[in-house]
Design a protein around this ligand. Structure first.
Ligand SMILES: C[S@@+](CC[C@H](N)C(=O)[O-])C[C@H]1O[C@@H](n2cnc3c(N)ncnc32)[C@H](O)[C@@H]1O
Length: 316
């Protein structure tokens, strides 16, 4: 059963042996073979990470936190009852912020069971990303989705692949080269600065990343600025509603918590797709600017009419 076989390099509940070196070398070799890596279930070949410094994982199976994560500050905001709320350090809206997954655990991102557990091609199919689109894979890691996105948007499209860990980006570059894609632009970002160009992005994808953001408001404001009007922000998060999903609690999120955090930052909830075995695919939109009288619209009209229509196929 794939639901119980999590790898020790990652964030599963049950420590099991790491992906073997042989498997990674095999995957690299497959990535060099164009006819095999173009298929829908193909994986980008993982580059070998540099030798680990110190222990690779703690007793509980999750890799040590990356050194790049700044100490979270206390956050203030309004509670649902309008009272001033102050989160203790390391929390946001009552949720513990997860440690950044260290690059030393990169094998977990390329585990063989990931295809079945996360179905990356089906997830991307559902987003209907057009060829020629400009997309951002935020928290790209070593490029598991960036390379798939690069193939989908084609040579006229661009994939900005951002990460806070330079080691991840080094592996991503190698993987992109091996996979033969040349339309990925890696960007070293920080928790406070996405590094993305303004109003340039059609779709931002964050797979298993948002819950690690130690400054969520700064990250979301940066992403909002980077998106074009009506651009989409897509969060893929392990379902905290489901105790059967074998991921540590701080690496899972409920749909309710995601909406509570994202919507106040100027995003409109569109729908939540619930067809993946373990993950929510939660889609938000950056509203278009309100029409002015000069455009022929009402000066005080809503910027994003119609976004409250329920989608019968979604988990809304
Ligand atoms: C669990 S990994 C997922 C990587 C990739 N999305 C995947 O699915 O293979 C999370 C990644 O997000 C990165 N990360 C955490 N916070 C970030 C932030 N605010 N901006 C960009 N990257 C971030 C981490 O460095 C790590 O590489």
């Amino acid at each position: 059963m794939p639901r119980t076989s999590r790898n020790a390099s990652g964030r599963g509940n049950n420590p099991t042996p790491r992906t073997s070196l042989k498997a990674i070398v095999m995957a690299s070799w497959l990535g060099l073979t164009p006819c095999l890596c173009a298929g829908p279930e193909s994986r980008p070949a993982p580059a070998q990470p540099p030798p680990a410094r110190g222990p690779e994982s703690r007793q509980d199976g999750k890799p040590d936190a990356a050194q790049t994560q700044p100490k979270p500050k206390a956050k203030t905001g309004r509670s649902s009852k309008g009272r001033l709320r102050r989160d203790p350090p390391g929390f946001y809206m009552g949720r513990p912020i997860a440690d950044v997954m260290s690059w030393e655990g990169v094998d977990w991102l390329f585990r063989e069971t990931r295809i079945e557990e996360e179905q990356p091609e089906a997830m991307l199919d559902a987003l209907k990303i057009p060829r020629g689109a400009t997309v951002a894979d935020v928290g790209a890691g070593a490029g598991y989705h960036s390379i798939r996105l690069a193939r989908r948007v084609g040579s006229k499209g661009i994939v900005y692949a951002t990460d806070v860990q330079p080691e991840m980006l080094r592996m991503l570059r190698t993987n992109a080269r091996t996979a033969g894609v040349s339309n990925i632009k890696p960007i070293r970002c920080t928790q406070a600065d996405t590094g993305l160009p303004a109003a340039a992005i059609d779709l931002v994808l964050m797979v298993d990343v948002y819950h690690e953001c130690s400054d969520p408001e700064a990250t979301l404001q940066g992403l909002r600025a980077a998106l074009k009007p009506r651009g989409r922000l897509v969060l893929v998060e392990f379902r905290a509603e489901d105790p059967q999903v074998p991921i540590k609690p701080e690496h899972k999120m409920t749909l309710e918590q995601v909406r509570r955090e994202i919507e106040p930052q100027g995003f409109t909830f569109k729908e939540s797709l619930e067809f993946l075995p373990w993950q929510h695919v939660i889609i938000f939109e950056k509203p278009a600017p309100p029409k002015t009288q000069a455009d022929g619209g009402s000066p005080s009209g809503p910027g994003d009419p119609g976004t409250t229509q329920p989608n019968p196929k979604s988990g809304r």
